[in-house]
Design a protein around this ligand. Sequence first.
Ligand code: ADP
Ligand code: MG
Length: 727
Amino acid sequence: MQLILILFFLWYSKYMKEIKEKSLDDSITSLYKLGPAKEEKFNSLGIYTIRDLLYYFPFRYQDFTDVVKVKDLLYYDKASAVVNITNIKSYRSPRKKMILINAVGEDETGKVSIIWFNNPFVLRTIKVGNTVSLSGNLKMKTKTRMEFQSPSYEIISSEDMDVDFNELKHTGRLVPVYSEKPGLSSKMIRSYVKMALNDYSYLLKETLPDETLKLYNLENVQDSIYQMHFPETIEKSEVAKKRFIFEEMLLVQIHMLQLKKENLKIPSPLISVDDNLLASFKKTLPFILTDAQNNSINEILKDLKSKSPMNRLLEGDVGSGKTLVAMSAGLIVCSDNYQAAFMAPTEVLAKQHFLTAKKLFKNFDIKLALFTSDSIQIKDGNLEGKISKDALKHEIEKGNNYFIIGTQSLIQKDISFSKLGLVIIDEQHRFGVKQRKQLLTNDKLVPHLLSMTATPIPRTLALAVYGDLNLSILDELPQGRKPIKTRVVSKRYETQLFDFIEKQILKKKQVFIICPRVEPSEENESFKNLLMKDVASVKKEYERISSIFSKYSVAMLHGKMKPIEKEKTMRDFSENKINILVATSVIEVGVDVPNATTMVIEGAERFGLAQLHQFRGRVGRGVDQSFCFLMSESYAKNTRDRLKALVEYNNGFKLAEIDLATRGPGQFFGLQQSGIPDLAMSSLKDLKLLAQIQKEAQRLANIDSSLSKWPNLEQRFSSFIKGLHIE
Ligand code: ADP
Ligand code: MG
């Protein structure tokens, strides 16, 4: 007897242990009937553990909440009903070789037909006598009878018609729809989620600190997770969603704060700033700097003087003079015997920056080099010309204080900088820690980093997305710029427009014509195909314009041209040898030709507001009045409103706000690449909420930046950032 008791005890304790050891970190394969094939599918969605699955939220809900009696189905296009199956059979449709399944369902009020196409599985599942809950579209079958068309179904039991709809998964309620994979349907995901909710959700611990929940009126995690997947009402799902948006964005913000703190620990060169040099540089300029430019330069110099690396984003509207700010920083760094690298997004721009630098530094003893795929040029004291790549690499390795301009390939090529003090990246928002590590100098110092963007993201937003960076904003255009006159024009007025263009050319001014982007005709069209189509359309337009303006010089610019051709075209254009440049969107970033005063954008409705504003920024760079014509044949209200905003506002920050409000953050120019997950991203729509989240992240970090005071939060954080691609 005693032995039996002991054995029983051993068995029992093992059993208890098994129960106790159930954990959210368990593999999803612990769920009933989830084998290796499905596991792989789940993995490809980033779902490995039960926790991952519980946090895999639906992107919408199907509303099957209209549960009615059979006789009332007549009044609905889509509804749910609970019926008893009285007949079910299959046959092959003669013509289409389809398997049709016909069934009849009844309740105490009448009969309804049901049809499924090509779904033999139904026949194996549903039997005569089953009680089934059905949800789906309805069609009139006869005058008195309705037909369910391929409805969702679930079997309740064999006789009981009394159903608790909250217990259902696929029918008779708000049904979650998940993004699926071939072989892993939304329906399957739903079933596994339901299992996970039933068996594991009690294990979910509250991740947010009590105070956070109270301060911001957020629902607790257990209720919220349930309402996210199987909401009782849409309102409840929204309350739950707010909680998870808050949670996710909070995690992102905490991560940013940590990155920022980490960054401060890395040693970097301490630059001594020669204020006199800066003052005399400013005196050589043909213009006075704007206050915003002066402030930004000061912010940058302050960072350079510190021994932790600068990590600064310079945000400024097109034409606000970012290049000059960057060049000033480069001048200071090189004068202190360090090297500076300036990376442009394209070779055309690198060359343009090189020419600018040559002019700016004419009277300064700066060793300047242009490093591009086909040429290396240098201006080194009095020596000007070309040297071999190897010779330049050698110079740089030796530690000579070059200011090197090139593209991103500067860091991929085998140049080893030995005294790199500053890296400037034009038109990129963030530069990963990994990329930065590639730039370690001999002394294991990390260079200071200045990135620049012409996307004027509102400050709150920029802080949310680039919170690990410090921000300098150029919110002011140089004096004397005349706002660009913008008009929306339809093709009917083309003759007048061409007259106008000719007058500008006769005044020795130049014109850009941007060709419409070819829209993807099929969903999966490759980027390369699209590019080819873009080129085709720009070629056609070029021919047309050339024949209309046969007296003048017309040229074309597109992304498929060889670098050397592009360069020649850009040079000819900037030397006013070309009157009209017909281009694709390659012209978008950075090109600076102050003599160009007119821009025509064809098919303007196809571009986003931010992008149109970028295009427009290619004119209005000199003292003359500039013009921008938005050609559009679209009368859709939304499009008209967008184009009108451009007519009304010349300010990129203002336009960015409008773009954000109308198109939402997902579309927002440049933010898709930020690495922020979708749910957190949706907090960007609500700047007030966003500000609250930032405040809360800071509050928590001030109390305990390691989060160990809140173990659940800490644990959630560490698993969350594993999947995050913000570096
Ligand atoms: P972006 O910020 O778009 O990169 P750029 O740096 O190319 O703008 O500057 C646009 C033009 O404005 C350039 O021709 C530049 O020489 C000129 N510029 C820059 N700063 C000033 C200023 N303070 N006053 C007048 N013109 C300026
Ligand atoms: Mg620029």
